[in-house]
Design a protein around this ligand. Structure first.
Ligand code: GRF
Length: 198
């Protein structure tokens, strides 16, 4: 059984979507939800879903040990960031090499990096007059939004589309693809005889 932890800073609609996708699976479980905000709505979602959720302060997260202890306590094999705004400390990267993924709400390498998150991304894309945007799922490394890209999907940006319109299109892509891409990473590692839960 591969045990997943989901990290989210805010609403957590992606986290909920991923948890629902893997619900009742015998080979994968969402075992933990982590947020850096005690009042993030993702905690409400976690409690409705019956998944334990924890808050780690920014300081505790940056320091690294507490986060690592938490992941070890829940025997986490693989970490999924979904709307998580803090930079992942080196100690976690070392403990989970190629075992941490993130989703970015644009087509990296454009519209990424520090400060490029949430609605800021969609505003920048609309203001630049782009004809399309999309999602990027990538491994995490020590730089914001720079890890190896695993998957991208695109959506058109029509004349008159607002940042809110774009956010809705991007969210639809996220819901459609993020759980499936995670699932295929887990399946592939099993096929290659390098399962995450060994
Ligand atoms: C998503 O668009 C995600 O790509 C971005 O932040 C948003 C989080 O939304 N990084 P939610 O909390 O999953 O609803």
């Amino acid at each position: 059984m591969v045990r997943l932890a989901l990290f989210a800073s805010g609403s957590g609609s992606n986290a909920e979507n991923i948890a629902r996708y893997f619900h009742n699976r015998e080979d994968v479980a969402v075992s933990l939800i982590v947020s850096n905000k005690a009042d993030a709505y993702v905690h409400n979602r976690a409690s409705c879903l019956g998944i334990p959720s924890h808050t780690l302060s920014r300081e505790a997260f940056v320091e690294g040990k507490e986060a690592l202890d938490l992941l070890r306590r829940y025997r986490i094999d693989f970490v999924v960031l979904a709307g998580f705004l803090l930079k992942v400390p080196q100690s976690l990267l070392d403990a989970y090499p190629r075992r941490m993924v993130n989703i970015h709400p644009a087509l990296l390498p454009r519209y990424g990096g520090k400060g490029m998150y949430g609605d800021r991304v969609h505003r920048a894309v609309v203001e630049a007059g782009e004809k399309e945007s999309g999602i990027t799922i990538h491994y995490i490394n020590e730089h914001y939004d720079e890890g190896d890209i695993i998957f991208q999907a695109r959506c058109p940006l029509l004349p008159g589309d607002t940042p809110e319109d774009l956010a809705a299109k991007v969210h639809a892509l996220e819901y459609a693809y993020y759980p499936e891409v995670i699932d295929s990473i887990l399946k592939k590692s099993k096929e290659e005889n390098q399962p995450f839960d060994k």
